[in-house]
Write a protein that binds this ligand. Structure first.
Ligand code: NZQ
Ligand code: MN
Length: 384
């Protein structure tokens, strides 16, 4: 029997219109909040304006930092942390997709110290400002976990980090905010949810707690991933994808990710225009084939949760049917792509393979099948 330590302190508020509670929730932590958000989407949908009003009505003074780009850089995070310090913000509110939420957590750490945020990869953070997440994609799961992913634009490195003090205090998951996601964002972020559950469910660090979350995620994805893409106004499908995102976020908080994420981070780190979920889409099928023999029973269980009938199939056929199913989902999401389609240069594959180990080594370790740099390079070439 293995020993387990399971801990997640995030208070989760899920429901349509719940952004209305943000003022009351924020007020518990501070009278001054720095909103960390992106450059366009939350302004355009009116969500940022709404949040500002809700905070003011509750007596919380909002300061806006709206300079976070997708695949956020350390420069953006350090700038926001400087503003948080200067304005003496007592609370950080992340508003947006994984990029602003990850940034909010990193800002919360950097605003407490006197070193650049990159230094926290080596220097563990003991304290951070309180963080509230208001999520607009589904997604990364960042709304409910402690992880933050940041890019060093000079080197292309894109590591993740996460200390206990970085858990958001509270997460507001309001599916109405997600209705404005354009199809490509819905597809890419939705596919990210699958890869989280897949890697947490098959990884070496899997356990009963994360697996319980993952199984519910597979059920939710089965009926809602393609539906949310095909029917963008379907609030039921949006809500179920939001639940799946959070559950998968809890699963990776417990059991981590694997080789698909290890390879994707250097892809979008070196090519910041690549959406994380699209990078994953390009890498998933070859990685699933690579892992199949190491965790065939898990593949069969996932196939079952996706509603694939066993009906006379051998174990090998049933496990392989999952890969076909995922290929079909990728096609339905218009994400049947290779790294080449994303603008990745072949000459960069060796650098990407190296960074999978130097920046995401723990994820390679967690992968069910052993892989060295040679194998990872082969996978990248096959995914090209
Ligand atoms: O940048 P803005 O103007 O806000 O627009 C964004 C961006 O262009 C737009 N968008 C977001 N919500 C929207 C919307 N547009 C219309 N309506 C909405 N409701 O979508 C684009 C992508 O946003 P982004 O936040 O970058 O996407 P995502 O949620 O996929 O986050 C990706 C980042 O999270 C990291 C990734 O590496 C990447 O940096 N991850 C974080 C994880 C974690 N904390 O656990 C785990 C993941 O594996 C992942 O690595
Ligand atoms: Mn991911």
């Amino acid at each position: 029997m293995e020993n387990l330590n399971i801990y997640n302190p995030v208070k989760i508020h899920f429901g349509g219109g719940l952004i209305g509670e943000a003022g009351k929730i924020a007020k518990k932590y501070s009278d001054t909040a720095l909103i960390v958000t992106g450059k366009n989407s939350m302004q355009k949908s009116g969500t940022l304006g709404k949040l500002v009003k809700i905070l003011k009505d509750a007596g919380v003074a909002p300061i806006i930092f709206d300079g976070i780009t997708p695949n956020p850089t350390i420069n953006e995070i350090d700038s926001a942390a400087g503003i948080a310090k200067e304005k003496k913000a007592g609370l950080i509110i992340g508003l947006g997709g994984g990029s602003p939420l990850d940034s909010a957590k990193a800002v919360a750490v950097a605003a407490k110290g006197n070193i650049p945020v990159w230094s926290y990869l080596k220097t563990p953070a003991e304290e951070a400002l309180p963080v509230i997440t208001i999520v607009s994609t589904s997604g990364t799961g960042s709304e409910v976990n402690r992880y933050s992913v940041m890019t060093n634009p000079e080197t292309g490195e894109k590591p993740g980090f996460g200390y206990e003090c970085m858990y958001p205090k509270e997460a507001i998951i309001d599916p109405e905010i997600m209705l404005s996601m354009p199809p490509y964002v819905t597809a890419a972020t939705g596919f990210d949810v699958f890869v989280h559950a897949f890697e947490a469910f098959t990884g070496k660090a899997k356990n009963a707690f994360s697996s319980a979350y993952c199984m519910q995620v597979f059920y939710l994805l089965k009926d809602n991933l393609v539906k949310a893409y095909d029917e963008p106004d379907n609030i039921e499908a949006r809500g179920n994808m939001a639940l799946a995102s959070a559950l998968a976020g809890l699963a990776i908080d417990i059991s981590g990710v694997g080789i698909i994420h290890a390879m994707e981070h250097p892809v979008s780190g070196n090519y910041p225009n690549v959406a994380h979920g699209a990078g994953l889409a390009a890498l998933t099928i070859e990685s699933m084939k690579y892992n199949l023999e190491s965790c065939k029973r898990d593949f069969m269980l996932i196939a079952h949760h996706f509603g694939i009938k066993r009906a006379g199939k051998s174990e090998d056929e049933y496990a392989a049917a999952l890969i076909e199913k995922i290929q079909g989902i990728l096609a339905a999401l218009n994400l049947n792509i290779g790294l080449k389609d994303l603008g990745v240069e072949k000459s960069k594959l060796a650098k990407i393979a190296g960074e999978a180990f130097t920046t995401m080594g723990f994820a390679v370790q967690n992968n069910p099948a052993e892989a060295g740099e040679k194998e990872v390079l082969k996978l990248l070439e096959a995914s090209y």
